[in-house]
Design a protein around this ligand. Structure first.
Ligand code: F6P
Length: 575
């Protein structure tokens, strides 16, 4: 009898103990400072070992490519991350970190409409905009899918009518040119996609005006005919000063010659703010809605995608959504170890937080993707450029990196020198396509030879001995060899990811964009920050409004001596 009680007693003590460990672990990721968690500490230890290792050594393992790459046959996409400074242990520890951060649980909250943007009390549902499975998604008890589908239908009709000539300008002429007026997320996404999918374009010409610098709109208007031009005014808030200023200039340009009644045939609005759209003079019929649960930088899948639908046709716009939906499912349902956005996020975190890499380069080997780095700058830096964590405390670790880049091979003839031989440590993503859009001679082989060569050169470099050997073979004198060798040596050991896709299509582009969106989301969760607000852009906007009145002579506000000095020079030298 006693023994029985003893066994039951031991059993409960053990249970208590296990439960206790579980609670402490939970607490560690949620409440204890991130850098003190066992997951972070383990990575720190691993980093101390890995920083002494060269990719040349890691690649002695012939199986490395198989171990550290993911192929998705359906999408025709290979993600090779073998040229990263990691071993199997690093990878396991990074995945442990992701697990402890509960990335999948957080993603499910986002997809299901929970208000994860807690500083603005908003759901984050760009994924619902491309929810091709059409499963209900609820916000405040309302299924958002019917209204999303209704706007898609409206976009379909409008883009079809515009392209077919059913929709005509005020004087009865077919619309041949569209001008999208917007900035930030209301510009960069649709602009990047239109550029990327230019090959598929068979609709009207599309221009983008974003800058409040008057030359932006003037340059575009100079090329256009009022009777055949349609303006799309894209602004989530419809209060953004740059956009409204440009839209007013465009409206004057139309009404001066065609009269006020022409506005209805030459202006449409994409916005969440019906009141302001109406005040501007655009009727509700010409308004394409989206909602607060769509962040500006994540909005190209919403009504903000209207210029894309007009440019390449609605069916191809849907293919773009389908590609993104495919990546959404991959992100939600693949195990972390095979999950491309999660792996990319974890690697970025590895370099950002352990190797001290403060910048990250995006290098697409496709002329048409030349706007992709600029687009990602907003998505990544506006999302993860934050210092305050979930608990409202300042973080004591690095968060979002500086994103930059350029299309290959142009970048090679510009800044690659610094990546190869400079003192900065810059992880890079190389994006390339197996099949070209235009088959011209051996252009594509030449482009792709560079796409393969650069990561190889960055990883393996050129040793001193190799340099000396090469110079000797070229018949260079010993004194010159001595002089040149340090300059011609490449340390290598520069990490890269290679994303190799069968072809640039609306579907693969949709998947590629969603891949980066989810990478950014995952990193936000790992850093415990809110990736979906952007308070950091407010202060400058407020001050600009105050200074505008000073410049116009309506006020004379007191500023610091530098700002006041500059304003004074501006005013006294202005013609
Ligand atoms: O200033 C930053 C920002 O608020 C972005 O987040 C947004 O994409 C952009 O301005 C444009 O805002 P809106 O679409 O409301 O004009």
């Amino acid at each position: 009898m006693r023994l029985k009680f003893l066994i039951i007693g031991i059993f409960f003590v053990l249970l208590f103990f296990i439960f206790g460990i579980f609670l402490v672990k939970e607490k560690q990721m949620n409440e204890i400072e991130l850098r003190s968690t066992p997951q972070w500490r383990n990575l720190e230890k691993n980093y101390k070992e890995l920083k002494k290792v060269h990719l040349r050594d890691l690649f002695k393992d012939e199986n490395r490519f198989c171990e550290f790459s993911v192929r998705d046959n359906d999408l025709g996409l290979t993600f090779d991350y073998s040229k990263n400074i990691i071993n199997s242990c690093t990878f396991r520890l990074l995945m442990d970190f992701v697990k402890a951060a509960k990335v999948n649980e957080c993603a499910r909250k986002m997809f299901s409409g929970e208000k994860i943007n807690w500083t603005e009390q908003r759901a984050v549902l760009h994924t619902a905009l491309r929810n091709r499975g059409n499963k209900s998604v609820y916000v405040d008890g309302e299924d958002v899918m019917p209204k999303i589908n209704a706007v898609l239908e409206k976009m379909k009709k409008f883009s079809n009518d515009l392209r077919s000539g059913e929709w005509r300008g005020a004087t009865g002429k077919k619309i041949t040119d569209i001008v999208n007026i917007g900035i930030g997320g209301s510009d960069l996404g649709p602009r990047m996609v239109c550029e990327a999918l230019k090959y598929y374009a068979d609709g009207p010409n599309v221009y983008f005006v974003s800058n409040v610098d008057g030359v932006d709109i003037c340059d575009v208007l100079k090329k256009l005919n009022r009777e055949t031009t349609l303006f799309i005014v894209a602004s989530k808030t419809f209060t953004t000063i740059e956009t409204i200023t440009n839209a007013l200039t465009a409206r004057r340009w139309i009404t001066n010659k065609l009269g006020d009644s022409a506005v209805v045939k030459h202006f449409v609005a994409l916005s969440t703010n019906a009141k302001k759209v109406k005040e501007f003079g655009i009727s509700e019929n010409n308004m394409f809605k989206f909602w607060d649960f769509v962040g500006g930088r994540y909005s190209l899948w919403s009504a903000i995608g209207l210029p894309i639908a007009c440019y390449i046709g609605f069916d191809k716009f849907v293919e773009l959504l389908e590609g993104a939906y495919y990546m959404d499912q991959h992100f939600l349902n693949s195990p972390y170890e095979k999950n491309i956005p999660v792996i990319m996020a974890a690697l970025g975190f590895w370099y950002n937080n352990f190797f001290g890499a403060s910048t990250y380069a995006i290098l697409p080997y496709s002329k048409y993707l030349h706007k992709f780095p600029a687009y990602l700058q907003q998505v990544d830096m506006e999302s993860n450029g934050k210092t305050i964590n979930f608990e409202g405390n300042r973080v004591n670790y690095e968060t979002g990196p500086i994103i930059w880049g350029e299309a290959g091979t142009n970048g090679q003839h510009s800044f690659y020198q610094l990546i190869h031989q400079g003192t900065k440590f810059i992880p890079c993503d190389f994006i390339g396509f197996i099949n070209p859009l235009e088959k011209v001679g051996d252009h594509h082989e030449k482009l792709m030879a560079n796409y393969f060569a650069q990561p190889e050169a960055l990883a393996f470099g050129l040793t001193k001995d190799e340099v000396i050997g090469n110079l000797r073979k070229a018949g260079i004198s010993s004194s010159e060899i001595e002089l040149l060798t340090p300059h011609k040596t490449f340390d290598g050991n520069k990490p890269t990811n290679s994303i190799l896709i069968n072809k640039l299509t609306p579907r693969t582009l949709g998947a590629l964009i969603a891949l980066y969106e989810h990478k950014i989301f995952t990193q936000g969760v790992m850093w415990k920050i809110n990736s979906f607000d952007q308070w950091g852009v407010e202060l400058g906007k407020v001050l600009a409004n105050v200074i505008l009145l000073d410049l116009k002579g309506e006020t004379d506000n007191k500023h610091d001596s530098s700002t006041s000095g500059l304003i004074k020079i501006f005013k006294s030298n202005k013609n």
